[in-house]
Design a protein around this ligand. Structure first.
Ligand SMILES: *Cc1c(COP(=O)(O)O)cnc(C)c1O
Length: 450
């Protein structure tokens, strides 16, 4: 059962399928343009959607809104320093603010970053600096149903090859995304992180963690990695941080808060230069684009997120949800991660080719029939230059501490119904301009059955 009880409630909207069909037509079948008040169960993202604890809500009132030197910053800084062991803490308004500052400071045009998989905003920020982001996921990651425990790992052979090859000198940083969000939220093992660190040291390339889901990764290490079973998630998280030269994080995930980001570094000079950019782009170093009360909620959230009961419930819920969806006939990625279940819409809808976005077909159907909002992670979101994505996924994200099992049972029923109609679903056609991150603005229209 959920290791919390509920103190504040929010009513859930229930619309009819006809009303939702009309809404879909009005928003050009782009799920990002549906209003939240028209969504029954919102599994669009786990980012910034966390329910805060009573301790976090009461901490808000302690927020020190002084421009400089506020005590809320001190509490945030101390908590994050004790957790990560990094001496230098730089708050930002969210993860991408941290990415822009850190990469502007660390990379020069023409350089390369290698990663287990860059998250979309990470890639965008690197490419906007005229650098190249190279993804080197481990081979098991390509097989959605392979049961390997650490499919978020980086491919060490490919990393060594890249570093020893002609482009080796261009490598500006190695980035380990923990957990690997774009790779299905799969975790990275301590063994893989250690070997990556050795390679990075040999070639003198900085190792950075994109630590947005550090606690979930730490829990999955405790649960799955031999020799780690008797350690706490907090201890394991510390070992992960100890292996890196620095990290950044979107604190909208494992910060258990609704906004926030962080850069944490060992090197004093790099931190000083990041702070100069911070002042220009985000705010003074003791608030970095956040309010004092945000910093208080984050300081408390960063303490709560490593609690074993919270993490175990989160992982077990995701596992149960994945199993129940699979039983309902939806092909899902294995093994289950923590923050979402990823469905293989390509396998569910083999009659819809990638160019006609099978993921969008499933997303729209789940919304139309049941008011469940999910998001496509296939050719619309990840394909570029007319190249389809490797898989046509739909993500059912799990906001932290928001929905109970009975809400998720409702989703399982909706999925079961949609699976029964799979053969009748049709593809979609994309109209209009295609900017970077086109999925946020895309206009789509359903194709008729041919
Ligand atoms: C969310 C996320 C980011 C970007 O953070 P924002 O807070 O959304 O700007 C970066 N990396 C990963 C792995 C993420 O999940």
């Amino acid at each position: 059962m959920e290791p919390f009880r509920i103190k504040t409630v929010e009513p859930i909207p229930f619309l009819s399928a006809e009303e939702r069909q009309q809404i879909l037509d009005e928003v050009d079948h782009n799920i990002f343009r549906v209003r939240a008040c028209d969504v029954t169960i919102d599994l669009l993202t786990d980012s910034g959607t966390t329910a805060m604890s009573s301790a976090q809500w009461s901490a808000l009132l302690r927020g020190d809104e002084s421009y400089a030197g506020g005590s809320s910053y001190e509490r945030f800084e101390q908590t994050a320093r004790e957790l990560t062991g990094f001496p230098k803490m730089i708050p930002t308004h969210q993860g991408r603010g941290a990415e822009r500052i850190l990469f502007t400071e660390m990379l020069s045009p023409g350089q390369i970053t290698a990663s287990n998989t860059h998250f979309d905003s990470t890639r965008a920020n690197i490419e906007m600096l005229d650098c190249r982001a190279v993804d080197l996921p481990c081979p098991e990651a390509a097989d959605l149903i392979d049961q390997s425990p650490f499919k978020g790992n980086i491919d060490l052979d490919q990393l060594r090859e890249l570093l020893a090859g002609p482009d080796g000198e261009k490598l500006g940083a190695v980035i380990m995304t923990v957990t690997n969000n774009a790779g299905g939220g799969q975790p990275v093992s301590l063994a893989n992180l250690r070997s990556t660190q050795e390679v990075c040291q040999k070639y003198r390339v900085p190792l950075l963690l994109d630590a947005s889901r550090f606690a979930e990764n730490a829990h999955l290490i405790v649960a799955r990695e031999p020799g780690q079973e008797n350690r706490s998630p907090r201890e394991v998280a510390r070992t992960m941080f100890d292996l890196a030269d620095g990290c950044w994080a979107s604190l909208k995930k494992d910060g258990l808060s609704n906004t926030g980001g962080l850069i944490a570094l060992r090197d004093t000079e790099t931190a000083a230069r990041c702070r100069e950019l911070l002042i220009a782009w985000e705010g003074f170093p003791t608030y970095g684009g956040l309010t004092g009360r945000d910093l208080e909620a984050l300081a408390q959230g960063l303490r709560e997120v490593t609690e074993p009961a919270y993490l175990a419930d989160r992982a077990e819920t995701a596992q149960w949800f994945a199993d129940a969806l699979a039983e309902a006939g939806l092909p899902v990625m294995r093994p289950a991660s923590c923050h979402a279940v990823y469905a293989d819409a390509g396998r569910l809808l083999p009659h819809i080719p990638p160019t006609e976005f099978p993921g969008v077909a499933l997303v729209c159907e789940l919304y139309r029939a049941a008011g469940v909002r999910t998001t496509e992670f296939g050719t619309l979101t990840l394909g570029h230059d007319d190249k389809p994505a490797p898989h046509e996924l739909v993500r059912l994200a799990l906001p932290r501490r928001v929905y109970t099992r009975s809400h998720l049972e409702y989703v399982v029923e909706a999925v079961s119904d949609a699976v029964g109609r799979a053969e009748q679903l049709t593809g979609y056609e994309l109209a209009g301009p295609q900017p970077p991150m086109r999925h946020f603005t895309a206009r789509l229209s359903p194709l008729r059955k041919g």
